[in-house]
Design a protein around this ligand. Structure first.
Ligand SMILES: *[C@@H]1O[C@H](CO)[C@@H](O)[C@H](O)[C@H]1NC(C)=O
Ligand SMILES: *[C@@H]1O[C@H](CO)[C@@H](O)[C@H](O)[C@H]1NC(C)=O
Ligand SMILES: *[C@@H]1O[C@H](CO)[C@@H](O)[C@H](O)[C@H]1NC(C)=O
Ligand SMILES: *[C@@H]1O[C@H](CO)[C@@H](O)[C@H](O)[C@H]1NC(C)=O
Length: 386
């Protein structure tokens, strides 16, 4: 397990926070102690850590002053510190546990007891890292998580390099709302080895940090765990749009339409990329709507085709994955004219055939009537169509 190294470098400075107006105050610098017992606590949430501390010593003398804490923290090796100013005695945030974590805090005192100016204590520091076990090469490789259609989360990975044959990996995950980290309940296996995880139903997991740890075990070596943090709305891969249609409005304007992919993603969250081909020129454009009007380059073009793919837009996520391309939908000018010509010709021929048949039959009927009247014999006969 992990361990904590608490490191209070700055031992308590002399505290002279005497009551305002004492003879000392005009000559002596006012000082305040750093917070006590500053520590980084790992509650087992795979990267979500608690930073906590106690008030500085001898604060009782500074009743007329406001006490605040300036907290700075970062992953070791990252360039920037995050800075928080708070009156609380704790702070929580997510960290990348593949690396160490460092934090420092000092007391800020301001008010009557400091004669209005701000007094800062020395820093109190703490660091934290999970005990680095196993070689770096034993980590899983190529971790890839996709949240299909904002419904099904699936993660997959490759085994570490040169790991012993008995090595197997396990995935644990946590996000705010879960009481503790959970293990994957539905592993994807190849030859008995876990190489992925299908997540079962997740209750409101988006728009918050999702923490994953893939660790492993082997009888003959230690396996280095890997940590991942992402937000699910940023790894959504939607379904491709379907029911594409092309309507050629006139010789210049074309309307392209398609259906919003089915599922829980709201219509306003999509951006579409359209690949449009007119004869043999192709261009690509994007739109937020599920239709677009395009202008034909030439009214003689014989073939217009398009396909669409979808993605989450910037109003709903910071990032996303393009869906697969939809099926292609085409309009063929030439062929349509041919079909139209064929249909018209066929209709005319049919009409004439029917007309002639009717005329012939009417004539036959009249003839029969004549024969019937003259000979008074009944000829059984077929009914006419007309
Ligand atoms: C407090 O401020 C007043 C005027 O601003 C100054 O005369 C006095 O010396 C200050 N006292 C201390 C302890 O700094
Ligand atoms: C893997 O991580 C989980 C969650 O932190 C922990 O409970 C488990 O003991 C770890 N397994 C190994 C082999 O380190
Ligand atoms: C591109 O279109 C032109 C006529 O518009 C045609 O002559 C040519 O063969 C086409 N090229 C290809 C690769 O289809
Ligand atoms: C086709 O376009 C040309 C110019 O681009 C125009 O002169 C002609 O009238 C158009 N034909 C039809 C049938 O609209």
């Amino acid at each position: 397990m992990a361990f904590i190294r608490l490191d209070i470098r700055c031992l308590y400075a002399i505290l002279i926070c005497t009551a305002f107006g004492s003879p000392l105050s005009s000559t002596t610098e006012i000082k305040v102690n750093p917070p006590q017992d500053f520590e980084i606590v790992d509650p087992g949430y795979l990267g979500y850590l608690y930073l906590q501390w106690q008030p500085p010593l001898f604060l009782d003398n500074c009743k007329e002053c406001t006490v605040e804490y300036e907290l700075k923290y970062r992953n070791i090796d990252s360039e920037n510190w995050k800075t928080i100013i708070t009156k609380n005695l704790h702070y929580k945030d997510g960290f990348d546990l593949n690396k160490g974590v460092e934090a420092k805090i000092h007391t800020l005192l301001q008010g009557q007891c400091t004669n209005g100016s701000e007094v800062q204590s020395l820093w109190s520091e703490a660091t934290y890292w999970t005990s680095p076990q196993g070689n770096l090469e034993t980590k899983v490789r190529g971790m890839n998580c996709i949240y299909y259609n904002w419904q099904y989360l699936l993660c997959s990975w490759k085994l570490g390099m040169g790991v012993h044959f008995d090595t197997n990996y396990n995935l644990f995950y946590w996000y705010e709302g879960l009481a503790h980290a959970l293990q994957c309940a539905d592993y994807i296996k190849v030859n008995g080895k876990n190489i992925g995880c299908r997540f079962l139903y997740l209750e409101s997991p988006d728009y918050k940090d999702f923490y994953i740890c893939v660790n492993g075990s082997s009888k003959s070596q230690l396996i280095r765990p890997s940590y991942f943090i992402f937000q699910l709305q940023n790894i959504v891969k939607p379904l491709p749009p379907d029911y594409l249609s092309i309507t050629v409005k006139n010789s210049e304007e074309i309307n392209l339409e398609w259906n919003i992919p089915k599922g829980p993603i709201p219509a306003k969250c999509f951006i579409y990329e359209i690949k449009f081909t007119e004869d043999n020129t192709t261009w690509v454009t994007t739109t937020f709507e599920n239709e677009i009007y395009v202008t034909r380059k030439s009214n003689k073009s014989q073939q217009l085709c398009f396909l669409v793919r979808s993605r989450m837009n910037i109003y709903c996520s910071d990032d996303g994955i393009w869906s697969e391309w939809s099926d292609i939908q085409c309009w063929r000018g030439g062929i349509q004219k041919e079909i139209l010509f064929f249909l018209i010709t066929f209709s005319f021929v049919l009409f004439f055939v029917l007309l002639i048949t009717c005329l012939l039959m009417m004539k036959q009927k009249a003839l029969l009537k004549m024969v019937f009247h003259t000979k008074k014999e009944v000829f059984s006969h077929q009914e006419t169509l007309c």
